[in-house]
Write a protein that binds this ligand. Sequence first.
Ligand code: D5M
Ligand code: FE
Ligand code: ZN
Length: 465
Amino acid sequence: MLDAATIVQRFLATKMQVHPEVVRYLSEKDDPNLIDRIIANVPGDTIVVSIQHIPGLHQDRDGSRFLADPQCDVVQGAAGTTRGIAHITDYTKYFRDRYQRLGEYIRVRAAPMPIEALKKGSRYRQEACTIMGLVMEAKATTNGHRLVEVEDPTSSIPVLFHKERPQFSDAETLVPDEVIGVKGTLSADGRLFFAEQLFRPDIPLTHAPFKSGDPGQAVLISDIHVGSDTFLDGAWNRFADWISDSDVSYLLIAGDLVDGIGVYPNQEQELTIKNIYEQYEVFGSMMRDIPSRIKVIISPGNHDVVRAAEPQPAIPSEFTSNFPSNCIMVENPALVSLQGVRVQMYHGRSIDDFISLVPGASYENAAPMMMGMLQRRHLAPTYGKRTPIAAGTEDHLIIDPVPEVLHTGHVHIMGITEYRGVLCVNSGTWQAQTAFQKQMNITPTPARAILLDLQTLNSRVMDFN
Ligand code: D5M
Ligand code: FE
Ligand code: ZN
């Protein structure tokens, strides 16, 4: 067996610490090459190598054994992970957890000082320094600058981003409750902070995505809306035929499986299936048409039967009794590893918030919103707008580790982009334009599936219209 000291030394030589569980796993495996492979594949900003850095591995519930599945693994958001909110004080702990964890990504690039100390130090009227906190409020001034209230555990201060400074376009996209660092100087009266530089947690520039060594194909879809009179069953059947003849191994569905009941006023007038159990039964029968060799990973969305507050629990067994056994129900969000390629699945409700808060943002172009999630390292930063958040003691909406792929839906408009090596996919819908969308001027792009090659991370759009 490899001894623990040797293993720890190997990681320390690359300036990384290693979690005791990883040490235990490696000593049992007794394979020195495995250490090299892990070191080669962890993100460049890794401080502590943990179980989640080992492709295709997770720790089982009692923490004692390791289940190795070379294929498909739920790294975060496995069914049963999320809990109800027990105490109103959880809310305070939630934001402290967010500040601490996202703050780590900023601390490595800037050394922030407490806002209280900044306000007392008159030398910061000449000398630049950095603060770090949560955005409380962000608004335009009458002169077109951006005024942002930043709060840390000690105090808060208004920060002015001048419209003619280069960082202004980034400042325009600031939304409440995201964690930022700001470098700047204090005003003469000590009451305002003039921003020179904005830091977001962000994806490290050195991030190198993991690629599978073995061939493998995954398909990404979302927003099926079974039960709606605008669900496109013809297109779905063409998709089901195609996937049955393909060599696809994984199908990922990022929420809104069914249209649900009572999701919006007068919905019953647009439903062909008016019973929630029947909607899931039909969805289950559609899953039975997909070959059992394909692993189907299913997370919920805002039209599904589970609580709306995120993280949303997995669809309970009460509704999935006729689903085939190759279906894996996960939470929203969830992080799944496909042959080591990590896909962060998130339905995308927060895109509604980004669109209402960020000047110039629109439903036609959700890709910048997905980049925005990665820059903020957070799937739904703003609390108390359209996205309900279950503020538990830990923030499960933080993006950590950096995934290879970010998969969202919700907007019903397909879009693909790439940001610092992370592939961003919004997978569209299987529902034609609804009356509501017509009113909102939203033109969906239905019946597309995104085919992802796990060896190259190249994607291809399949159109089933
Ligand atoms: O979302 C379907 C589409 O409708 C998607 O583009 C988001 C948009 N949408 C959903 N709810 C709202 C509200 N309240 N205002 C504006 N736009 C919205 P789905 O989740 O499938 O209903
Ligand atoms: Fe939807
Ligand atoms: Zn939705």
